[in-house]
Design a protein around this ligand. Structure first.
Ligand code: 3AM
Length: 174
């Protein structure tokens, strides 16, 4: 068993751009490390890795484009960049959910709100400061080609979250 989630990995170029717009490490604000930036499709939680891998291997879908909101937003300790909803994104998210449910994996029902978590903040951080930091770094984030999705494990070691990609599943060309 491992604590698992399914996500779309991001290219090094996009991660670099996201690092430019994410707030810097400041008292009470922790930016997500570049290696950990991703677009979550489905949080799973503790589940048997082999069962989940076998379920995801059945998914065959074409690659597609991801487009992003203009401005990061923040709420309840999370600063994130919205990902524009698209039919392709809905299809892949639903395909993941269906494959997992069919394989008997239990999922917590939660509405899919596509986003990339950029940073986390403690509740004592003044919202004016968050707004200022985001405003200073605001800028366009170019579209990204989604070429794969992956199964990730999540571990917390010494208060550091470590995400490890266990397997990537390529999306088909065109
Ligand atoms: O992509 P983000 O950062 O929004 O918040 C966690 C992270 O999402 C989320 O799963 C992703 C990888 O850890 N997550 C963690 N625990 C969760 C839970 N109990 C959860 N999502 C839903 N329920």
């Amino acid at each position: 068993m491992a604590r698992l989630f399914v996500a779309i990995p991001l290219s090094p170029l996009l991660k670099q751009r996201l690092q430019e717009i994410q707030p810097p490490r400041t008292t009470g604000i922790t930016p997500v490390a570049a290696d950990n930036l991703h677009l979550t499709l489905q949080f799973i939680g503790d589940a048997p890795v082999e069962t989940v891998l076998a379920a995801l291997a059945n998914i065959s879908l074409p690659g597609f484009q991801l487009a992003f909101s203009h401005k990061p937003r923040y709420q309840k300790g999370v600063i994130w960049l919205g990902v524009k909803d698209s039919p392709e994104l809905k299809v892949i998210q639903l395909a993941v959910v269906k494959a997992l449910v069919k394989a008997g994996v239990t999922l917590q029902p939660k509405r899919f709100m596509p986003h990339i978590t950029l940073a986390r903040y403690k509740r004592h951080v003044p919202t004016e400061m968050i707004e200022l930091l985001l405003e200073e770094r605001a800028g366009v984030v170019p579209d990204e080609a989604a070429v794969a999705f992956g199964l990730y494990s999540s571990k917390t070691v010494d208060e550091h979250v470590i995400y490890t990609r266990l397997r990537a599943f390529p999306l088909q060309d065109g």
